[in-house]
Design a protein around this ligand. Structure first.
Ligand SMILES: NC(=O)c1ccc[n+]([C@@H]2O[C@H](COP(=O)([O-])OP(=O)(O)OC[C@H]3O[C@@H](n4cnc5c(N)ncnc54)[C@H](O)[C@@H]3O)[C@@H](O)[C@H]2O)c1
Length: 305
């Protein structure tokens, strides 16, 4: 079954380069009319002039026979974002797809991290996605159709040294998605998360050159296309990179009943490994502290960048 975006209108934020550019080009290549948003010159999350990079991507789409508008709103500026959504609706009558992709990094260990940088990263990733979603939501509700992609990260899902601000913002987007996917369902608004891994400006210097070569943004795009399509799932966290696709899940271990007696804290510490064990996981029979430690180590093994 081919994925087609004919008569669909998409907004991709942060689409002047990296993953956003690849998303915008791919949506347009399959027929979508695309608002290519990026604040361009300013890379610090401040309000920027209309973006040369966004204009170049829009021009690339038009040169290939597609339809595109460049937009320079900062996703942190709600009024500018509302104007961006109006721009799409005025030009093309609707907004079907929103890919919340814009982002910045301000990496430092938490001890050295400035709170202003923490707030800025939350502002761009979390509030940026909230602003764009809030502006598009009434249109999607009214037309009873919407596909929203939140860009999360393994740094949020599993943690990554030096990215407390970024990880918190990216996991917050999962929380946002969990509730919006419930609230949007009755209007056929489907909300999902994409957790990409790609070599872009954002990852410069973070990975060896040979690895970067394998991680083309285009290898992430198929996951975005599925989440933006009419057959999209709802409420999934799809991970994509280097041609591999996986899903992340927020899960719960089996409950262990201990009642409400005063001795429950001691019981709980003694049985912590049992309480925290996932289905199929080996539970040590003795030595609670050692058991909990083993489970902790096993989990740490799942952490990635
Ligand atoms: N590259 C990866 O491996 C990776 C991994 C996990 C998540 N992500 C996420 O994917 C998304 C795209 O990242 P990328 O790797 O392509 O990085 P990138 O730096 O190439 O692209 C981000 C774009 O967002 C734009 N932007 C920044 N602040 C903005 C604002 N306030 N308003 C509008 N645009 C703004 C930038 O100008 C830039 O063009 C980000 O949300 C990032 O956190 C990337």
């Amino acid at each position: 079954m081919s994925i087609d975006f004919k008569n669909r209108v998409a907004i991709v934020t942060g689409a002047g380069g990296g993953l956003g550019r690849a998303h915008a080009l791919a949506l347009a290549a399959r027929g979508a009319k695309v608002v290519v948003n990026d604040l361009g010159g300013a890379r610090d999350g401040s309000v920027g002039a209309p973006s040369g990079a966004a204009q170049a991507v829009a021009a690339e789409i038009r040169a290939a026979g597609g339809q595109a508008i460049a937009n320079g709103a900062s996703v942190t500026d709600y009024e500018a974002v509302q104007a961006m959504v109006r721009q799409a609706v005025d030009a093309w009558g609707r907004v079907d797809i929103l890919v919340n992709n814009a982002g910045i990094l301000r990496d430092k260990s938490f001890a050295k991290m400035d709170l202003d940088d923490f707030r800025l990263v939350l502002e761009v990733h979390l509030m940026g996605a909230v602003n764009c979603t809030k502006a598009a939501w009434p249109h999607m509700t009214e037309q009873r159709y919407g596909r929203i992609v939140m860009t999360t990260s393994s740094s949020g899902l599993y943690g990554n040294f030096g990215q407390a601000n970024y990880g918190a913002a990216k996991m917050a987007l999962v929380g946002l998605m969990q509730t919006l996917s419930i609230e949007g369902a009755k209007h056929d608004i489907r909300v999902n998360c994409l957790a990409p891994t790609a070599a872009t400006r954002m990852t410069e210097g973070l990975m060896p050159e040979a690895v970067l070569q394998a991680l083309k943004p285009e290898a992430v795009v198929p996951a975005m296309l599925v989440l933006a399509s009419s057959d999209a799932p709802n409420r999934t966290i799809l991970c994509a990179g280097a041609g591999t696709f996986e899903a992340a899940h927020v899960t719960l271990t089996g409950g262990v009943w201990m009642g409400t007696d005063a001795g429950v804290p001691e019981q709980l510490v003694a049985r912590l490994a049992e309480v925290t064990a996932r289905a199929g996981e080996m539970v040590p029979q003795s030595g609670a502290a050692q058991g909990a430690n083993e489970v902790g180590k096993a989990r740490a093994g799942h952490a990635s960048t």
